[in-house]
Design a protein around this ligand. Structure first.
Ligand code: PRP
Ligand code: URA
Length: 212
């Protein structure tokens, strides 16, 4: 989004294709879960572009060479519970040794205000690149509070990944956390009166886990 330098919106045909299936109300739980993973993997590829690499010596069958690796312990994934859990495997597919923290937030259905109910992070969070993940960025309340909670616990290098965002959520995060790069696969039109994204995909947690 040109207005906010920390917001990156993917505009990739393959992601558009996958998101269109994800939105379909006839897409069942298994396919929904697989699509969330696939889209996350594609987004991870792009959002990891600037992670730190260290030189390592590798011996090929022919000779020794100096190559570049991401230090295993330098990346953490923190899903916002519950729906963020659906994105963890998508990051693990491309970076399987990333440590996983969890932050529990639920949105009060009447006030739409987020409430934190759980937080457990890997040791040394201050030195890691932390991928905070949640498929939905609606009012932005959950993401803003989760980012504040991570910073309060020492995280300094945070990236936030969401699959679908409303303009209201983007605005909220961009204003409250201008230091955090935000990667969004798809920017939707608006929020409805109940805080649901339009056209959206409904309740991501319920569709991932088969609840109502
Ligand atoms: C959803 C979603 C986000 C939040 C987004 O979670 O996964 O965490 O709402 O809304 P916001 O931007 O207005 O805060 P929900 O509270 O429904 O909990 P769940 O993941 O347990 O379903
Ligand atoms: N949370 C969801 O799961 N879906 C929305 O549209 C908004 C918040």
């Amino acid at each position: 989004m040109q207005k906010y330098p920390n917001i990156f919106i993917f505009d990739h045909p393959l992601i558009k294709h996958k998101v269109s299936i994800l939105r379909d109300k006839n897409t069942g739980m298994k396919e929904f879960r697989e699509l969330i993973e696939e889209i996350t993997t594609m987004m991870t590829y792009e959002s990891m572009r600037d992670v730190e690499l260290v030189p390592v010596e590798v011996e090929t069958p022919l000779e020794k060479t100096v190559q570049w690796r991401i230090p295993e312990e330098s990346v953490a994934i923190v899903p916002i519970l519950r729906a963020g859990l659906g994105m963890v495997n998508g990051v693990h597919r491309v970076f399987p040794t990333a440590r996983v923290g969890h932050i529990g937030m639920y949105r009060d259905e009447k006030t739409l205000q987020p409430c934190e109910y759980y937080c457990k992070l890997p040791d040394g969070i201050e030195d890691k690149t932390v991928f905070l993940v949640d498929p939905m960025l609606a009012t932005g309340g959950s993401a803003c509070d989760a980012l504040t909670a991570l910073k309060k616990r020492g995280a300094k290098h945070i990236k936030f990944m969401a699959i679908i965002a409303a303009p209201e959520g983007i605005e909220a995060v961009a204003k409250m956390h201008p230091d955090v790069p935000v990667y969004v696969s798809t920017l939707d039109r608006e929020l409805n009166a109940h805080g649901y994204i339009l056209p959206g995909l409904g309740d991501a947690g319920d569709r991932l886990f088969g609840t109502k």
